[in-house]
Design a protein around this ligand. Sequence first.
Ligand SMILES: Cc1cc2nc3c(=O)[nH]c(=O)nc-3n(C[C@H](O)[C@H](O)[C@H](O)COP(=O)(O)OP(=O)(O)OC[C@H]3O[C@@H](n4cnc5c(N)ncnc54)[C@H](O)[C@@H]3O)c2cc1C
Ligand code: SF4
Length: 492
Amino acid sequence: MGQIDGFMKFPRKGAPLRPVEVRRYDYQELYQDHSDEELGIQGARCMDCAIPYCQTDTGCPVDNLIPEWNNLVYIGQWHEALERLHETNNFPEFTGWLCPAPCESACTLDLVEDAPVTIKNIERQIIERGFQEDWVHPLSPEPATGFRVAVVGSGPAGLAAAQQLARWGHEVVVFEKNDRIGGLLRYGIPDFKMAKFRVDRRLEQMEAEGVQFQTGVDVGRDVTADELRGQYDAVILAGGAEKPRDHEVPGRDLAGIHFAMPYLVQQNRLNAGDFLGPNEQRITAEGKNVLVLGGGDTGADCVGTAIRQGAASIRQLNIHPEPPHERSDQTPWPEWPYKRMDSAAHDEGCERLWRLYVKSFTGDNSGHVAQANCITVKSAQRRPDGTRELIEEPGGDVDLDVELVLIAIGFAGPYSDPLLEDLGVTPDERGNATADPGTRMTNVEGVFSSGDMYRGASLIVWAIHDGRQAAEGAHRYLMRERVQRSIREVAD
Ligand SMILES: Cc1cc2nc3c(=O)[nH]c(=O)nc-3n(C[C@H](O)[C@H](O)[C@H](O)COP(=O)(O)OP(=O)(O)OC[C@H]3O[C@@H](n4cnc5c(N)ncnc54)[C@H](O)[C@@H]3O)c2cc1C
Ligand code: SF4
């Protein structure tokens, strides 16, 4: 372990952020590095707990070997720390830059000191050091099995599954309907949270390990379910949960009201050097009063993007009451805490409004949105069918002047396409591809489900976990097939 009394001697120091006055004008990443010495000190705060809650299911979904690499960084054995990191996580940089770190809220030091070990930042700096030192190389796959696996979707779930399966000797093809690989890591998550070259360098590694990528292929349309089953021995479904929840109130069809994703994706594309399509409208916050509906990650990413585009003002509206600033008693340690969480984007200039619900939008003479007409809600319980039962507070009407509205109130399920139906996969009530929680096999033999398409919109770390689980399920299935084929051959 680090130092037995490290947590008493050294204060928690998270990753330094670039100053607001600088970062709000560019799309460069937010975090900076600690010196090796400071990071070692942060590692020394780890107590190597008898039960490391950081590592349990409540903490880290991929079971990262956290106390081990905390100590290795403390004693300066970075290469060994990197090896431990890669044992449980294919892409520690994606989680190191982007994870909300449930491991930290489950860390014992969050219970006693409210100052957990800076696990996420230690992870980020280990893997970035690994790339800088050229320690991250393609791994030689095991001997070819002769089996072919199709992976549908190239987000973190599909990529993790593909890398595992290729390393076990299967021929793997990843299909992606977009023009670039990466899922939400590429199109959705803003560049200021993680630069896209970090995805590209992993793709290079995966290509060198034998993974094939096909972009611009919408599976279910460009390749039918029958073709897929005919050409591949197993299929991993990793298509995400892209269908946005709408806010269907009077005035919703006014100009200037958009879903969050087209807005975020357009800015990703422009940052990548693409141009607007001939009929594509630029969605920009420049000079506008912006209203973001929804208080989650996607909403915060809209706030950060609108700031960088030069919005006149930004308000983020939440239907729920403001959470407490400290962990609520309803979510005791080591659970994920119910408390107010502000992201870096909120510090850059955003007013957060609570308990407000937009009951209608009104427009100007040109048909453009001009006002959001809100009520104050006493409570807003969700019914089983997804709708909300609103109880209004009398006299709580508020009208907000707006020129751009971004709807970021969650995702209802997978992108609607004929694939699941044509494959015969049983969906749940939201359209997710249900599967056995152990093997991740769906009701269709040889078809596996993972990531947001399996569990609904979630986190990158869960997508990586699910991708690895589905890969393992598919690998076991294929190996069983091989034994059965051999038995049949001997019998014949
Ligand atoms: C704006 C935003 C910000 C987020 N920020 C964070 C964050 O900071 N930290 C965090 O942990 N999580 C974050 N999340 C959640 C996280 O990105 C997702 O949970 C994760 O990406 C899910 O991974 P996935 O591989 O299951 O799906 P996705 O990343 O959604 O990838 C699915 C891919 O499948 C493709 N696809 C779908 N259907 C087909 C088909 N029929 N044929 C071919 N391709 C298909 C899609 O085009 C897509 O590229 C964020 C989500 C959003 C929307
Ligand atoms: S719970 Fe915190 S202190 Fe304990 S082993 Fe994990 S990181 Fe270290």
